[in-house]
Design a protein around this ligand. Structure first.
Ligand SMILES: [Fe+2]
Ligand SMILES: [Fe+2]
Length: 192
C-alpha cells in the first residue's frame, strides 16, 4: 500500500517535536505539492517525501547522521524504497542523482521554502504582499537567513528548469495557502 500524507505526518511528528522543524516540513510539502499538480505527478507521494525529508533532523542533527541514518527507520516504518531514495536525494553531501521530477522538485523547494518563510516572518503582513522581487533582493544579502544555502536555491531552480523569478512566485503562492500553519501573519491577523 502506498503511504499516505497522514502517515508521513505521523512519522514526522513522532520523531520531531520542534515547531520550527515541523513548519519547515509543511512549507516544503506545500511547495513540492504545487509542482506535483503542475507536472500532473503523484501529489500524495510527493507530499509524503517532502514531509519526511528532514524527519530525522532532530534526532540526527549533523550531516554524519542526517539523513542517511534516518533511512533504516523509514524502512522499519514500512516506507517503500522509492520514497526513501527520494528523501535521501535532498542531501548534497550524499551526492545521489536527482534523476526524477520528484527529486528535482524536492531539492528546488527545500532551501527556497525556508527562505521565503523567513522573508514572510519579518514582514508586518506576513506573506500576503510579499513579492518575488523582494525575495530575490534578500537572497543577495548573505546576513539575512544566513543558514539558507544560496547556491542550492539557484541550483534548484536550474535543475527544475524554471526561471528563478517564477519559482520564487510559485513558492510564495504555495506558502500563502498555509500561512497560519506556518506562523505567518495574514491581513486578518495583522489587523487584529
Ligand atoms: Fe535535510
Ligand atoms: Fe529541509
Amino acid at each position: 500500500m502506498a503511504p499516505t500524507r497522514e502517515q508521513a505526518w505521523e512519522t514526522l511528528t513522532k520523531y520531531t517535536q520542534s515547531e520550527a522543524l515541523r513548519r519547515h516540513a509543511l512549507a516544503v510539502e506545500a511547495s513540492t505539492a504545487s509542482y506535483a499538480r503542475r507536472f500532473a505527478e503523484d501529489e500524495e507521494q510527493w507530499r509524503v517525501v517532502a514531509l519526511l525529508h528532514d524527519f530525522d533532523y532532530e534526532i540526527h542533527p549533523t550531516l554524519d547522521e542526517h539523513p542517511q541514518d534516518g533511512a533504516p527507520i523509514l524502512r522499519e516504518e514500512g516506507y517503500p524504497e522509492e520514497v526513501i531514495e527520494a528523501v535521501l536525494s535532498h542531501a548534497e553531501h550524499l551526492g545521489l542523482p536527482r534523476d526524477t521530477p520528484l527529486k528535482k522538485a524536492l531539492f528546488a523547494c527545500d532551501e527556497l521554502s525556508g527562505f521565503v518563510h523567513a522573508c514572510g516572518l519579518v514582514r508586518p503582513d506576513g506573506i500576503d504582499t510579499l513579492e518575488s522581487k523582494s525575495v530575490r533582493k534578500k537572497l543577495k544579502h548573505p546576513s539575512f537567513a544566513a543558514g539558507v544555502h544560496r547556491d542550492e536555491v539557484y541550483a534548484g531552480a536550474e535543475l527544475l528548469g524554471i526561471e528563478l523569478d517564477e519559482h520564487v512566485r510559485n513558492v510564495i503562492e504555495a506558502l500563502r495557502q498555509i500561512a497560519p500553519q506556518l506562523g505567518l501573519r495574514t491581513a486578518t491577523t495583522a489587523a487584529s
